[in-house]
Design a protein around this ligand. Sequence first.
Ligand SMILES: [Zn+2]
Length: 469
Amino acid sequence: MSTYSWLARQMLAPSLDLARGTHAMRSLAELETSQWWPLERIKQLQSKRLSYLMEHSWASVPYYRHLMEEQRLTPGDIRTAEDLLKLPPLTKDLIRNNFEDLVSTHFPRQELRRTTTGGSTGTPLVFFGTRDDQLSHGFARGMRSLEYAGFALGERRVLIRIARQHNSAKERFLHNLSRPVERLIEIDSRHISTHSLPDIVRLLRQPNMRLLGGYPSVVSFIASWIRETGANRPALDAVVTGGEQLFEHQRAAIRQVFGSEPYSKYACNEFFDIAMECREHNGMHVHAEDLIVEVVDDDGNPVPPGHTGRILITNLHNFGMPFIRYETGDSGSFVAGDCPCGRALPRLATVVGRRFDFIYTPSGRRIAGSGLGTNRLALLPVRQFQFVQEDLDLLIVRVVPRVDANAEDLESMRVCIPPLLNEIVGDDMTVRVQYVDRIELTAGGKHLLVISKIDPNSWLKRASTGTDQ
Ligand SMILES: [Zn+2]
């Protein structure tokens, strides 16, 4: 540990906690210990926290009071993660329609932090969090994630993401206060372009720069640019990606350029860090002390490890606006067995993109973006690509060619890409290549691999023998 890291951990961060009235360092120390607990002990802690959350929700959150009364339940009926099955999932529509009733009456409104989710799931969602949940527990989870990648508080890192909106000057001030403690440089992902890349790579090459974090599409874009231009490679200890699914072709590009296997994490604005890969890179350990993550089928019943289902999350610390069995819109599966790293925290396998990131074929198949053979496209002189399903039988592959691709390359890709895709989606879809200068990001600053303009519900009706892939 460097002197600065020691200082950050022992002096600066505790002072920051004191100034903000938070307890991030205490929470981090607890998480550093509990990550090695046996599963049974972690579940006991979950149950204790869940019981408290249910009591609190019964007493001060009208939505849950009504819901439990309707279901003839009392807080005592929901003590363990398994008991959660008695409650229906909380969808974004339910949140919008019951917004006021979901806010706890225990908190003066001005004490709550108004937060929004990005636009990657379509319409943004507004909700309230507490300082305790976000600045203490959320921060601690984020830090523990980075520790999995060998990083320590106070070491230098660059984070590329959509810039956070602050509700007040005070919030912005507190946020900026923590930057020097963390020695974190934030870059707004919307400003990433071929013009800004030389400066960013120079920044990454600064002495003692340890870690780069960001969306996989952005980080792999930087990796591809370094590879193409032959720029000097930054000597980073670790690369951490999150906010989107990390595809195999992106992993390969990052590994090749930065010389190490990237760490994938699962995080979102609603919960901050949810799960993070350990050095085994075989699934992401859920931060299960703070969050109960369920994987369920379409009827809301749990599915066994290895089987994909909808991801529901309960936050055990947001007492301002409790999210119990929140429908994330993501799907994923648990990894079976023990992890050789020694942590008993459950592991999520790759979280498959948002639920609408699917191609729907005329023959009734639903294919996730990860199933479209993206690693084969990555072998071509391509910098970025995106699949757009314009119609049930028309798939456009938008391609940003590499700068060194010549006219012959372009013509050859125009010919060779469609059959590669037809092998996967079937011959009853027309596949066309469209060359573009850049792939537009969503309003939330994310890169979507798949955009389907097909309404899944009408497709379901048309496809009589639908199977998932
Ligand atoms: Zn592990």
